[in-house]
Design a protein around this ligand. Structure first.
Ligand code: SAH
Ligand code: SF4
Ligand code: F3S
Length: 444
């Protein structure tokens, strides 16, 4: 009989939603092998850090955390520390040889191998696997939902990316693009609904290129979305991220046709200048992006549009920057994630373009972009005043136990006084006040 006591794992996750979804796969893989997760780091026998490489500051944050784990390990030499995710391959030599801190290093496609890597560590060796795979999608693994609200869950529908935007590290950290078998996605959705979940977010770096061959039929992202929407009308569906170069009218029509597919599209523009977009290898122009926004507004009235913007990319002139500002005003984005350009090793830009915009200029342009978005978000919320939205309750508001927080279809957070309803139920909420980040209202 196996006398080993169940070991406790603490997983700390950085980066995008896909990484959070991966941590749930890690928890699932290990729970089948006598491990369990804990939310208390001080109870952990094993600490796994799931890392992100997207910008330099993301990596710096992880490095600082590792210093902290080093001091924990000094006090408790039996503590096992593992580094997972997008930093794994790039930093494995550095950390293993120079820092002597990590027991395990596993890349995004190596999580099935974690039980073996842990065994290696138990026998006194280090466990390292950063191989990328052509086909791994973890399709058969049912994720263990970590620290969620029991109402909304992420489902990874594809992995990797081959768009090679020149600034982006993802194609080298996550490898070849591959889609997950459609049936397993539908099954996972059904199971989540039965467990009480009422919202799923389908994840991929470029969900529009989802493709699964089933017999003589090819399932596109639009048809997958349609299938998921039919699981139950009470289940909301979101997805991220859409690449502007291939978000089709067909997809927009599918979204419009299903009330439970949320009316919110995240459509990262990155820059408003066609010249910069070309340097970024985004494969669309300013005009083509605008045409897509017009199609969204025409086909899905009332659809929220959010975006990502990078300031100070290689060679960005003041004129280019102004074009970003004018595009933002034109598009009236409801929400945006904004970053200053951070050169990443191994990317096309690092190899062939000069990171020539001084940091102070990147910073100043970023501030201008953030200030403008603040105004746009405020205006967007102002338009919702006195409107009634169907809100899915996610739980208590962060600020007050007497208020619920939930989201409307447009992905805006609404906060309102509690009723007898429970998380997972829908309520009609009339908006009576707002900030640039939140709608405030009351149930009607
Ligand atoms: N797949 C998504 C984005 C993934 S990364 C897409 O294609 O849009 C999330 C965001 O991080 C990007 O949209 C971009 O705005 C930002 N980003 C990526 N690489 C960056 C870099 N090197 N410097 C600054 N921001 C970056
Ligand atoms: Fe990176 Fe571009 Fe792929 Fe998005 S589409 S992950 S920005 S390479
Ligand atoms: Fe995500 Fe960061 Fe990797 S954004 S894909 S965890 S580099």
């Amino acid at each position: 009989m196996d006398q080993k006591k169940t070991k406790k794992i603490f997983i700390e996750t950085y980066g995008c939603q896909m990484n959070f979804s991966d941590s749930e796969i890690v928890a699932s893989v290990l729970s089948g092998h006598g491990y369990t997760t804990t939310e208390d780091i001080f109870l952990a026998d094993i600490i796994l850090v799931n890392t992100c490489s997207i910008r330099d500051n993301a990596e710096q944050r992880v490095k600082k955390r590792l210093q902290h784990f080093r001091s924990m390990k000094k006090k408790n030499p039996g503590l096992i520390i593992g580094l997972l995710g997008c930093m794994a391959d790039r930093l494995k030599t550095l950390f293993l040889e120079e820092e002597q801190l990590l027991d395990i290093i596993a890349g995004p496609d190596a999580y099935r191998d974690l039980p073996r890597l842990l065994e290696q560590v138990e026998s006194g060796q280090r466990g390292v696997n950063t191989l990328l795979s052509m086909e791994e999608t973890y399709a058969d693994i049912t994720p263990v939902r970590l620290a969620g609200n029991g109402v909304s869950a992420f489902i990874s529908i594809m992995r990797g990316c081959e768009n090679f935007c020149s600034y982006c590290v993802v194609p080298s950290t996550r490898g070849k693009e591959r889609s997950r078998e459609a049936d397993t996605i539908v099954q996972e959705t059904k199971m989540l609904f039965e467990q009480g979940y009422r919202e799923v977010t389908l994840l991929g770096q470029n969900v529009n290129s989802y493709k699964w061959d089933e017999g003589d039929q090819t399932i596109s992202f639009a048809s997958l979305l349609g299938r998921i929407a039919e699981v139950n009308p009470l289940l909301r569906i979101r997805f991220a991220t859409s690449h502007p170069k291939d978000i089709s009218d067909d997809l927009l029509k599918t979204i419009a046709a299903h009330p439970n597919i949320c009316k919110a599209i995240h459509l990262p523009v990155q820059s408003g200048s066609s010249r910069v977009l070309n340097l970024m290898n985004r494969k669309y122009t300013r005009e083509e992006y605008m045409e897509r926004v017009e199609s969204i507004r025409r086909i899905i009235p009332g659809c929220a549009i959010s975006t990502d913007i990078i300031t100070g990319f290689c060679g960005e002139t003041e004129e280019d920057h102004k074009e970003t500002i004018s595009l933002m005003k034109w598009a009236r984005f409801d929400y945006a994630f904004m970053f200053k350009y951070s050169e990443r090793p191994m990317t096309l830009a690092a190899k062939s373009l000069k990171d020539d915009i001084p940091d102070a200029v990147k910073e100043r342009r970023l501030t201008e972009v953030i200030d403008l978005q603040q105004t746009l978000s405020f205006k967007s919320n102002q338009q919702d005043l006195n409107r009634v939205f169907e809100v899915l309750i996610e739980g208590d508001s962060k600020r007050s136990g007497e208020h619920f927080m939930g989201r409307n279809s447009q992905n805006k957070v609404a906060v309102f006084p509690k009723t007898n309803a429970k998380p997972g139920e829908y309520l009609k909420v009339k908006i009576n006040s707002f900030t640039s980040a939140t709608l405030l209202g009351a149930v009607i």
